[in-house]
Design a protein around this ligand. Structure first.
Ligand code: SAH
Length: 561
C-alpha cells in the first residue's frame, strides 16, 4: 500500500489524482504529522506532498531500520520534482519516485550514489535471483569502494546470471577485500565483504505423521552446519505428496521462509537414491523420500540421509539456471519499445541479434555488455550462441525486430532450449499491428498472417494457405512479400486472392512502419502494384467487409447490418 499525505491545497489535488489512478494508493487526511504517523505503520511506501524540510521533520522520529522502513518520496508544491528522500533501495523509494514522476509529469530526483553512476546497488544485487544478504555484511564500505572505482573482487564458485557488472568488479578466486562473495557455504570472509546467499540448497524431508517442526529443524540445522552450509541459502523443503498438510513440515518450511515441493511417490520411487529403506517403501510407496526428493528437484546430493525418531533429512545443491531473454524490439521507433524489453536488455551480459536490430538498442546496454551479430540466415547459430551463455550460468538476450515470436528468434531458440535455462520472452509490437495502426483499423475483425517467403516453406503450402484465407474471408497481413531474390510471389498471391475477392477490396501497403523511410499507401486488390513492395514492406489485404472511410482502412467489428 502506498500512503499519500498532503500539506497544501495543490498537494491535495495531486494526491487525490494518484489515489484515483492507483489501486494500491490511499489518501491519509487530517493533520499531516498525524497522517504520516498512521501511514508509516500501514504502508510500504509514502508520498508526501510538502517541502523536503517539512517531510524530513515529520519522518525523522519514525525512522528505525533502512531495511524495514517504508520508502519515502516527497513532491514539491509545484509538482515539478518527485524526490526519493529515504529508503531508496530497500524501501523502494527510487522506484516509487519514478512512478510518481511518471504519473504527475514531474522529474524523479534520485541521490543514491549507485543509481546516479549506473552501478548496481549492492543491497539489490541478485535480488531478482533470490539472493539474500548475510547479516553483518559491510554494505557501506564495499559500496563506497565500488562507487569510488576501487577494485572490488567477486568470488563465486559458480557463475550466476547477475547481468553486466562495473569494470572495477573483478571475478577472482582469491577472497581479498573489498569483496563480494556469493556462496552457500558458511565461511568467514576477510573484511570488508558483502556476502550473498544464493537460493541454491534444498532439503529433502521424510517424516512420520505428527512429527513436530522442532524435530525436523533440530535434524536439519546440524546437518547443514556439519556440511558447512548456510541455512540462508536454503530455498525449498522437498518431500512426498502424501505429506501435504502435515503440520510439522509446513511449519518448518514457514519458519525457514522457504517453499515446499512435493513429489508423487511413484516419481520418487523411480529416483535411485543411496540409502533406500524397505520399511519406508512399505509405508509410503517409495524406498526413499528425503534423498529421492532432493534428487527429484534436480539437485546433487551433498548430505546423505540422517534420521531422528520421526524424521529424515538430506541436503542437495541445485544447478544454476542461466537466463535467456527473448526480446522483440518493435517496428523501430524507440517509443514502441516496452519497459520490460529495456529491463531485459539492461540485464543481459550478452546480446545476440542482427546488426540492424542491435544497432537500435546499443545505447540501452550497460557498460560491459558483450554483443554478437552473426549475419542474416544464421538463425540457429544466433540461438545457439545465446543459449550457450545462459547454459554457462550467464544471461543473454536474443533480439528480433517486431515481436520475437512472429517470424522471429523465439521459435528457433525455444526448440533448442531445455529446462536448464530460465527463459523470459518479452512481447513486442509486430509489423502487422504497427501497419494496422498507420492504416486505420484493418484488423478490427478476424485476421491472420502469412509469410510469402518460400525459403523455409514450400511455395505449394503457401499457395494452399492463400486459397484457404481467401475462402475464409479473413483479413490477411502478408509478411516478407518480396525481396531481392524473390520477385514474383506477391503478384501470384494477389491473383489467387482475386479469384475469391473483388478487385475493390482495400489493400494497405506499409513500408518501414514507425522508422525512417515510412510510407503508407492505400490501394485495392485490383490496382496493387506488387513491384513496389520490398523486404521492408507489409501488405494488409482486407476482407469482403473491409471499407475505406475518410482515407482510413476499417474492418467493422460486427457483421450485423
Ligand atoms: N518479427 C518481425 C517479422 C520478421 S519477418 C515482426 O514481428 O514484425 C520480416 C518481415 O516483417 C518484413 O519482410 C516485413 O514484411 C515485415 N516488417 C517488419 N518490420 C516492418 C516495418 N517496420 N514496416 C513494415 N514491415 C515490416
Amino acid at each position: 500500500m502506498i500512503g499519500l499525505v498532503a500539506a497544501t491545497e495543490n498537494g491535495r489535488r495531486r494526491a487525490r489524482h494518484l489515489a484515483r489512478a492507483w489501486p494500491d494508493a490511499r489518501l491519509y487526511g487530517g493533520r499531516p504529522g498525524e497522517a504520516v504517523r498512521r501511514a508509516w505503520g500501514e504502508c510500504g511506501g509514502l508520498v508526501l506532498f510538502m517541502a523536503a524540510g517539512a517531510a524530513v521533520r515529520l519522518v525523522a522520529p519514525l525512522l528505525s531500520d533502512k531495511r524495514r522502513d517504508p520508502g519515502v518520496v516527497c513532491v514539491d508544491d509545484a509538482g515539478r520534482h518527485a524526490v526519493s528522500l529515504c529508503g531508496g533501495h530497500g524501501g523502494g523509494a527510487n522506484a516509487l519516485a519514478r512512478r510518481v514522476a511518471g504519473a504527475l509529469g514531474a522529474g524523479p530526483v534520485i541521490t543514491t550514489a549507485s543509481e546516479a553512476l549506473g552501478v548496481p546497488a549492492l543491497d539489490s544485487l541478485g535480488a531478482e535471483l533470490g539472493f539474500r544478504i548475510e547479516e553483518g555484511s559491510d554494505l557501506a564500505a564495499v559500496g563506497a569502494a565500488l562507487v569510488g572505482g576501487e577494485t572490488v573482487r567477486l568470488v563465486s564458485e559458480r557463475r550466476w546470471p547477475l547481468g553486466p557488472l562495473p569494470e572495477n568488479v573483478v571475478r577472482s578466486g582469491e577472497p581479498e577485500p573489498p569483496l563480494i562473495l556469493i556462496s552457500d557455504r558458511a565461511a568467514d570472509p576477510p573484511r570488508p565483504a558483502v556476502v550473498y546467499r544464493p537460493p541454491s540448497l534444498v532439503a529433502g524431508v521424510g517424516c512420520s505423521r505428527g512429527a513436530g517442526a522442532e524435530e525436523i529443524l533440530g535434524l536439519l540445522r546440524p546437518a547443514l552446519q556439519g556440511a558447512g552450509l548456510s541455512p540462508k541459502s536454503l530455498c525449498a523443503l522437498a518431500s512426498v505428496e502424501a505429506k501435504r498438510g502435515e503440520r510439522g513440515l509446513l511449519e518448518a518450511a514457514e519458519s525457514l521462509g522457504v517453499t515446499l515441493r512435493l513429489f508423487p511417490a511413484q516419481r520418487l520411487a523411480r529416483q535411485p537414491a543411496p540409502n533406500p529403506s524397505r520399511a519406508v517403501e512399505r509405508a509410503v510407496g517409495t524406498p526413499s523420500v528425503a534423498e529421492a526428493a532432493v534428487l527429484a528437484c534436480g539437485a546433487t546430493l551433498l548430505v546423505e540421509k540422517r534420521r531422528s525418531k520421526n524424521a529424515t533429512v538430506a541436503v542437495g545443491r541445485l544447478p544454476v539456471r542461466g537466463r535467456l531473454y527473448i526480446v522483440g524490439l518493435g517496428p523501430g521507433d524507440e517509443g514502441l519499445l516496452p519497459p520490460l524489453a529495456r529491463r531485459a536488455l539492461s540485464r543481459a551480459e550478452l546480446v545476440v541479434g542482427l546488426e540492424r536490430y542491435v544497432g537500435r538498442i546499443r545505447h540501452l546496454l550497460r557498460p560491459g555488455t558483450r554483443v554478437a551479430t552473426p549475419p542474416l540466415g544464421e538463425e540457429v547459430e544466433r540461438a545457439r550462441l545465446a543459449l550457450e551463455e545462459a547454459r554457462a550460468g550467464g544471461s543473454a538476450a536474443l533480439v528480433s525486430g517486431g515481436d520475437a515470436g512472429v517470424y522471429g528468434m523465439a521459435s528457433p531458440a525455444l526448440e533448442l532450449a531445455g529446462e536448464e535455462v530460465e527463459v523470459e520472452v518479452v512481447p513486442g509490437i509486430t509489423a502487422a499491428q504497427a501497419a494496422s495502426a498507420l492504416l486505420g483499423a484493418p484488423l478490427g475483425h478476424d485476421h491472420c498472417a502469412l509469410s510469402l517467403s518460400d525459403l523455409l516453406t514450400p511455395w505449394e503450402v503457401i499457395e494452399r494457405r492463400l486459397r484457404a484465407v481467401a475462402e475464409a474471408d479473413l483479413v490477411v497481413s502478408l509478411y516478407n512479400p518480396r525481396s531481392g531474390g524473390r520477385g514474383w510471389q506477391l503478384e501470384r498471391a494477389r491473383r489467387i486472392l482475386l479469384e475469391r475477392r473483388p478487385p475493390e477490396t482495400p489493400v494497405g501497403v506499409v513500408r518501414n512502419a514507425f522508422r525512417e523511410g515510412q510510407r503508407v499507401a492505400l490501394t485495392s486488390l485490383g490496382s496493387l502494384r506488387t513491384g513496389e513492395a520490398d523486404m521492408n514492406t507489409i501488405v494488409v489485404v482486407g476482407s469482403s467487409r473491409t471499407r475505406v472511410r475518410a482515407g482510413r482502412m476499417v474492418t467493422p467489428r460486427g457483421y450485423a447490418g
